[in-house]
Write a protein that binds this ligand. Structure first.
Ligand SMILES: Cc1cc2nc3c(=O)[nH]c(=O)nc-3n(C[C@H](O)[C@H](O)[C@H](O)COP(=O)(O)OP(=O)(O)OC[C@H]3O[C@@H](n4cnc5c(N)ncnc54)[C@H](O)[C@@H]3O)c2cc1C
Length: 325
């Protein structure tokens, strides 16, 4: 395929890496994103005088292709290494976490790498695509905000979580119904706490096992963070999924009680909550991406490639190359 027009739904890391690669290969690409900006689950919540990474907390890079991308981000100061003091809490015991992994974070916020990828791309924000159709070899989109989009596209890529791809496109291709139907994604309740002073605890980040909290991190320990002292607390996936419909207040009460048990007393802190409906999880068979050459239809995303930031970027990149072939 050369000189084709592509519509990509979703401007998370998978959709963005796919768009960048397709553009490099000479195609015309337009991204449709329901939020106000790019980044998806690699995003940053902002308030007056504070910001917190409330989705992905850091990422690692193992694949040579992704390592090259990370080097570009490092050169552009979009990411930096994060070297927190990490502890593990399990069975009421604290231990120090030992690992050789290099942990990267976006700078000055987690969404910066995504924003750099989006630079120069045609990105339509605040466009929730809610219907798709295929007519005379062209794909047509409809958005909740703008109605039917007049322009047709030669190819369509769904770069959205599996359950959302299932809802939007299962009627178009039986394989999408099967594959997206297996995307066993779980939610994540996230609590962000702002303090007047740095709390006295012996860690900057912690993996927590066998509690309703699974991760705690001091945002303010990440490079180039300014503003109020801020911490992010994430509930474990199974608990989050079970209680995903609970009110924010009830969830906050339970997470704050657990945080106190961990030694992070949030009394007096300002609290915000975020409910991620589709935070983590992937298909059991790691497909990497999905493409239907007959329909010029594809899917990419972390959930097709083992979850996580690196998997998302690689999924989009490889799908773009597959279309080129
Ligand atoms: C709480 C949490 C913690 C995490 N921690 C880590 C971590 O520490 N390390 C790590 O590597 N990974 C982590 N992850 C996972 C990581 O964030 C993801 O793997 C990665 O960001 C997924 O990218 P993606 O492009 O596949 O999907 P997404 O980022 O979900 O992008 C999909 C995009 O599609 C948009 N969209 C959905 N439906 C529509 C529609 N109908 N129309 C238009 N747009 C639509 C969404 O708004 C979104 O922007 C975490 C995720 C969460 C939620």
């Amino acid at each position: 395929m050369t000189n084709k027009t592509f519509a990509i739904i979703g401007a998370g890391l998978a959709g963005l890496s796919c768009a960048v690669r397709l553009t490099e290969l000479g195609h015309h690409v337009e991204l449709f994103e329901k939020s106000r900006g790019a980044a998806g689950r690699m995003s940053t919540k902002r308030g007056e005088g504070w910001a917190a990474d409330h989705g992905a907390q850091y990422f690692t890079a193992r694949d040579p292709l992704f390592i090259e991308q990370v080097k570009k981000w490092l050169a552009n100061q979009a990411v930096a290494l994060w070297t927190p003091e990490i502890k593990v809490f399990e069975a009421n015991q604290w231990t120090t976490f030992q690992s050789q992994d290099l942990r990267y974070v976006g700078t000055p916020a987690m969404n910066t790498p995504a924003k750099q990828l989006a630079n120069g791309l045609l990105l339509h924000t605040s466009q929730t695509i809610d219907a798709l159709s295929h007519k005379d070899s062209q794909w047509f989109l409809q958005s909740a905000e703008a109605g039917a989009i007049a322009q047709g596209f030669d190819a369509l890529i769904l770069a959205i979580p599996g359950p959302q791809a299932l809802a939007l496109a299962q009627h178009l291709d039986p394989d999408i119904k099967t594959i997206a139907g297996q995307s066993n994604m779980k939610g994540c309740w996230t609590l962000m706490a702002r303090f007047q002073h740095k709390p006295t605890v012996s860690f900057e980040a912690a993996f927590v096992n066998q509690e309703i909290i699974s991760w705690v991190a001091r945002n303010s320990s990440k490079p180039q963070r300014t503003g109020q002292e801020s911490w992010t607390i994430q509930a474990n996936p199974l608990w989050s999924q079970e209680f995903i419909e609970l009110s924010k207040e009830d969830v906050a009460d339970q997470l704050l009680a657990c945080a106190k048990k961990l030694g992070l007393d949030c009394t007096g802190a300002e609290i915000s909550m975020h409910r991620w409906r589709y935070a983590s999880g992937s298909t059991t068979a790691t497909l990497g991406f999905y493409s239907n050459p007959a329909l010029h239809l594809g899917m990419c995303g972390d959930w097709l490639n083992g979850g996580r930031v690196e998997g998302a970027w690689l999924s989009g990149y490889h799908l773009a190359n597959q279309f080129a072939e």
